[in-house]
Design a protein around this ligand. Sequence first.
Ligand SMILES: Cc1ncc(COP(=O)(O)O)c(C=O)c1O
Length: 436
Amino acid sequence: MSEDSSRRIVELDKRYVWHPYTEMSHYRKSVDPLVIVEASGSRLIGADGRSYIDANASWWTSAVGHNHPRLVAALRRQSEALCHAALGGIAHPPASELAEALCGVAPNGLSHVFYSDNGSTSIEVAMKLSLQYWAQNGRPQRTRFVALEEGYHGDTIGTTALGGVEVFRKPFSEVLLDCFYVPPARDVSQLARCLEELQTVIDRNTNTIAGVVFESMVQGAAGMRIYDPAMLRAARELCNRHDIFLICDEVFTGYGRTGPMWACEHAGIAPDLLCISKAFTGGVMPMAATLATDRIFDGFLGDTDRAFYYGHTFCGNPLGAAVALEVLNVFDDENILDRAKPKAEQIACAFEEMEALPGVAATRSIGMIGALDLIGDGGYLAELGWRVYSEAQRRGVYLRPIGNVVYVVPSLNIPDEDLSELLTVVRESVASATEA
Ligand SMILES: Cc1ncc(COP(=O)(O)O)c(C=O)c1O
């Protein structure tokens, strides 16, 4: 693209586009956005022809690389046959075949698939399924949810209520559902206290709790914060004991991001409701699914007023479903999970070594996630991470931070040479941005 055309794109962007999570007057005055016109594998290609390693996998979606030829081919094939059909009274091959395949790879006991459009709606569906289930199956007083402090489950009003990242909650605090929050145990020293709090909240409020909603293992938007799998195991046991639904939000952690296909496997448990999106379509189409057990499904059978009165225009969209089915085939045929193991080890080693850098307070990693906290005030709005972002961009890496947390979440099949380059750039950018 010519320089003039690229400049015009930025002018139109600044004139008309309202960006998410962005204060627009600062953006218009001071931000020089990347203009991206193509992508391939682990790289985004700029209007000037320069390529950038996508350390963010485009908001954590691009699990098998951008524009994977098989995903593009599946999209093209499906678009020539059927782009959309209402899932009201219609069945079509991509939605049916995908549902069968999903139940085949899902944790034990999940045997029904409800489609929606994005991560937030997959959680919203799980919340509403839980509320309606109890309302029509003898426990109407069960209207509250238990969530983890610092969690993030999306931006609808329902999912905002579950979340604990202050900046997302604050403007809406007056209208949010009243939830219970328990602290996640970040290390063994906190475990006993956190487990006790979880148990106390659930034991004391059994009659009013509809479900417990956890991001499995890692709280992404909180800054790639990992918690002890014993929390998930305890949640499962308490939910069993009191007959409450456990909802695992695997919108971010599903599809091998933390190592196994599902992060709840670290705890050896299966939820009653599983929420998936992002890597579900490999970042090609916006789509999500909520998987449920037979028991929950059966709780909606009978008179017509027991139906789940919820749906979105594009639920089960054939294009998204065809791509999602091909993502599962690619995972299988290309052995994505096994081949990611040495890459995950490389990320773990590199971040461990970065702990010694003068500007770094702490590092952590799990699977294909590596993160570090810069020394300085934390929180979502902290600035230092953005200096690292600029340094990385100069060096050819898109490294969007979360406040002062610098992290990498690359494609699971990022080529080895790109991964080495990415980790070197992270190290250099952190060192140079935090130099005294
Ligand atoms: C764990 C988790 N749940 C839900 C969501 C919401 O997904 P979406 O942005 O597609 O609505 C996100 C988004 O980052 C997420 O990380």
